[in-house]
Design a protein around this ligand. Structure first.
Ligand code: OGA
Ligand code: NI
Length: 209
């Protein structure tokens, strides 16, 4: 087994134990540059829209719950310009191997929190829509320091942990189990945020995760 595999195995163990795991330096440098220029381009083109809450067909924009702007990615449309999709495919494979899941798809968006915005405590599965298994966020904020806020607060059995949204930090967590929130960001806060999706299958089993 390669070293890299062993490291990911440890991360998967941690995720199973505490429902979340933090992975720093997730993307190679050139992919990170590619993401940032894609992100800048979408902002310039005014493609980020006020995010809604609720399942498709039932969406609502409620500023007092969630204040970010998003741009939904589409692999077929975006893969020539944005080179993250092989990494996401690899994550799906990794989860399927590690937990005998049958994840088969994902949905991701760019997210921008303007200064003063936040996302109140929630779960990433909502009524009528429970196929999100794993939440995955990669932060894209250079030179983020303490007073800038915008931490991801994850709720644990006893208390909580605040995770600063540092450049190239990836956080993975269980969409159905882990309550979390985004604390007020005092500077524009960027991420790629998404979900690995579970397609119900009669032969699938879901052990610890
Ligand atoms: C979400 C979410 C957390 C973050 O989009 O559902 O909780 O740190 N995002 O951006
Ligand atoms: Ni969330």
């Amino acid at each position: 087994m390669t070293n890299e595999n062993a490291i990911w195995e440890e991360r998967m163990d941690l995720l199973a134990q505490q429902n979340y795991v933090v992975v720093d330096n997730y993307f190679p440098e050139n992919i990170l540059d590619n993401i940032q220029s894609f992100f800048n381009q979408k902002i310039e083109e005014n493609e980020l829209k006020k995010a809604a809450i609720g399942a498709t067909g039932n969406e609502m924009i409620i500023e007092s719950i969630r204040g970010d702007y998003t741009f939904w990615l589409d692999k077929n449309r975006d893969q020539d310009e944005l080179r993250i999709f092989p990494f996401l495919d690899e994550m799906v494979n990794l989860f399927n191997r590690s937990f005998f899941l049958s994840l088969s798809d994902y949905e991701f968006h760019l997210a921008l929190y303007p200064p003063g915005s936040f996302y109140k405590k929630h779960l990433d599965q909502f009524q009528g829509r429970n196929n999100r298994m794993i939440s995955m966020i990669i932060y894209l904020n250079e030179a983020w320091s303490k007073g800038d806020g915008g931490e991801l607060r994850v709720y644990e059995k006893n208390g909580h942990t605040d995770i600063p949204p540092l450049l190239n930090r990836c956080v993975l967590f269980r969409s159905d189990e882990l309550y979390h929130e985004v604390l007020i960001a005092n500077k524009p806060r960027r991420s790629i945020t998404g979900w690995l999706l579970y397609q119900p299958s009669p032969i699938a089993s879901i052990p610890g995760i």
